[in-house]
Write a protein that binds this ligand. Structure first.
Ligand code: OSB
Ligand code: MG
Length: 380
């Protein structure tokens, strides 16, 4: 593997507008800033990563602002002008900063892309992925009524999505799921609660068992793995963890405790591709299936998600819908497209998509170049 030395990082903060608002138990999104991280190596190769943040710290503690700050003041100074032998080394180079997983992931994934391009490999191949196509699911935000939700599910089933995920919250759960189940008795259906319940809701959550859901995602607190183990013993629906898993160590402990039967891997939430691969391998070795979660990414984050999903134990369709489900026009060329619920894994070098520079410039609200390891802070 040819080593990489990053000489410059460009932070492109863009303002994105989703084609439609997306509502979860913790709020509604439509506009968001994300920082697209361009890492340029000594030979001029650009690799891309994305902060899969939103503007508010409601999903986890990070925001786009905090991620940019961490990148500028701590993370980039640590990696710039250093010879990196393998992309798996980047994770350990960044552990001197506690947490801030999404910020770390944005630079780490950009460096994976540089490595893949430098070594003329598709990113999927560099990480050991063997699949050439992946199955795709659709995550649907909370709708104003069960009828409206049934209508949406109908559109997406028609379009070929192979898993339907419905966001739920107290007051928008049983009626909604029941209506969808009645209309689509055999649809591969799951619910995502984004931490909206507590153990006091066990009896209520048990009622979901009758709807033959593939799983319930993150029903309890965002940082819990203990109560989830208690809940999993009481309900039949498999529990899947999202928010609670930030690292390989979290995954190991959750599996040991029986807190879940499935894990949603999000590259940002766990601090990068290296840690995602480790969690994937751990789950594979324990017979636990995984799937790739989404954070309403631009095409750059989406490309990384698709590459990750090429690993063998991603046996459940991920939240990796095509570009047109999020944006009028994506910032990558070509856009991500889906055919009958399948997305082709890119076969070109790196993430396999070009960044649309003209579109990028139009959406950019702030741009900063970092070329030195100088920082106000002493780095250990
Ligand atoms: O919990 O999976 C989640 C979006 C933002 C924050 C959290 C979540 C989500 C989604 C959207 O479910 C998935 C997608 O990108 O389509
Ligand atoms: Mg989730």
């Amino acid at each position: 593997m040819k080593p990489v030395k990053i000489k410059e990082v460009v932070l492109h903060t863009v303002k994105m507008r989703l084609i439609a608002p997306f509502t979860t138990s913790f709020g509604t999104f439509q506009e968001k800033h994300v920082c697209l991280v361009e890492a340029i190596d000594e030979s001029g190769i650009s690799g891309w990563g994305e902060t899969t943040t939103s503007d508010e710290p409601y999903y986890n503690e990070e925001t786009t602002h905090t991620a940019v700050y961490m990148l500028k003041d701590f993370l980039i100074p640590r990696i710039i002008h250093k010879t990196i032998k393998h992309p798996l080394d980047v994770h350990d180079m960044l552990t001197f900063v506690r947490r801030n997983q999404i910020a770390k992931s944005a630079i780490e994934t950009a460096i994976w892309d540089v490595f893949a391009k430098k070594n003329n490999l598709p990113l999927s191949e560099l990480i050991g992925g063997m699949k050439t196509e992946i199955e795709v699911g659709k995550s649907i935000g909370i709708q104003e009524s069960p009828e409206k939700l049934v209508e949406k599910v109908g559109e997406y089933v028609e379009e070929g999505f192979q898993k339907i995920k419905v966001k739920i919250a107290p007051g928008a759960d049983l009626d909604y799921i029941e209506a969808v189940r009645k209309a689509f008795p055999d649809a591969p259906l799951m619910a995502d609660a984004n931490s909206a319940y507590t153990l006091n809701d066990i009896e209520h959550l048990k009622k979901l068992d009758q709807y033959n859901l593939m799983m319930i995602e993150q029903p309890l607190a965002h940082d819990d793995i203990i109560d989830h183990a208690t809940l999993q013993k009481e309900i039949q629906t498999p529990v899947c963890l999202d928010e609670s898993i930030h690292s390989f160590e979290d995954a190991r402990k959750a599996l040991q405790l029986g807190s879940c039967q499935i894990i949603n891997i999000k590259i940002g939430r766990v601090g990068g591709l290296g840690e995602s691969i480790r969690i994937h391998d751990l789950c594979r070795d324990n017979g636990v299936p995984v799937w790739c979660g989404g954070m309403l990414e631009t095409g750059i984050g989406r490309a990384h998600n698709i590459a990750l999903t090429s690993l063998s134990n991603f046996t459940i369709p991920g939240d990796t819908a095509p570009s047109s489900h999020y944006w009028d026009e994506d910032i990558i060329k070509p856009e991500v497209t889906m055919d009958l619920g399948i997305i082709q894994v890119q076969s070109g070098p790196g993430i396999g998509f070009e960044v649309n520079r003209e579109k990028l410039e139009r959406l950019t609200v702030e741009k900063e170049r970092i070329t030195t390891a100088e920082t106000l802070h002493p780095i250990p």
